[in-house]
Write a protein that binds this ligand. Structure first.
Ligand SMILES: [Zn+2]
Length: 232
């Protein structure tokens, strides 16, 4: 059964700017990507929280081992604006990444450098000024694992967000295949959507489509304004 991987986005936040820091370590790491030696005042460095291991508002969650995979994939990937891979060139390059731990929370926290070109001046200013403060990661993963029965969510009947006994169903994103880009998005505009082909669908609809592809019959019913799945 050929189930297609999901292309997905997840939101995070900017955690800081490192504008004043003079560090040979930063220069060395940025130098792995630049074609000539750059002066430290030629670029701005920002730190982002790209994704974490908590259950998000779309009832998805990364397990720690997938965060490690993502962490390894991020350096070298582009920083975009609003996931616009077709209409614009990258604003920056992620040049290093680490796993940040705070209690039980683990997040992927990369640093990105943005050249201080005339064209990037407004972009940098908007980040420094706190207007662009939200981020989002574009990535592909293979398997949405059900937190209740641990099967592929497309092959079981559990519904993310619904409670089963004491447990609330969510899906665990397994087998991350690629990190495509990280984006800065204007405050308030983040949203998690599928990004290509027929997958410009909200999560619930994409899962329904995935389930239909896997086994029939699946009936779709609407209840109290929210979508639910019911197998016939
Ligand atoms: Zn299940």
């Amino acid at each position: 059964m050929g189930l297609e991987p999901f292309l997905f986005r997840r939101s995070g936040c900017l955690v800081g700017a490192r504008s004043g820091e003079l560090s040979s370590e930063v220069e060395g790491e940025v130098g792995r990507f630049s074609l000539r030696d750059l002066g430290r005042d030629e670029y701005a460095v920002f730190t982002l929280d790209l994704c974490h291991n908590g259950v998000d508002r779309h009832f998805s969650r990364f397990p720690d081992e997938e965060l490690e995979t993502i962490n390894g994939m991020v350096p070298g990937r582009p920083l975009m604006e609003r996931h616009d891979l077709k209409g614009s060139l990258p604003r920056g390059t992620f040049f290093r990444s680490c796993l940040h731990r705070e209690g039980d929370r683990v997040s992927v926290r990369p640093d990105v450098y943005v050249m201080r070109t005339g064209e990037n001046a407004d972009f940098i200013l908007n980040i420094e000024g706190g207007v662009y403060r939200e981020t989002s990661i574009g990535f592909a993963f293979e398997t949405p694992e059900c937190s209740i029965c641990h099967k592929d969510l497309r092959t079981c009947d559990h519904v993310p967000g619904r409670s089963y006994g004491d447990e609330s169903c969510h899906y665990v994103m397994r087998n991350v295949l690629d990190v495509i880009e990280g984006s800065v998005v204007p405050s308030g505009s983040q949203g998690t959507r599928f990004v290509s082909e027929a997958r410009a669908l909200p999560l619930s609809e994409a899962l329904v489509a995935g389930r239909e592809a896997f086994h029939r019959p699946i009936g779709l019913a609407s209840q109290g304004g929210s979508r639910v799945w019911a197998r016939e």
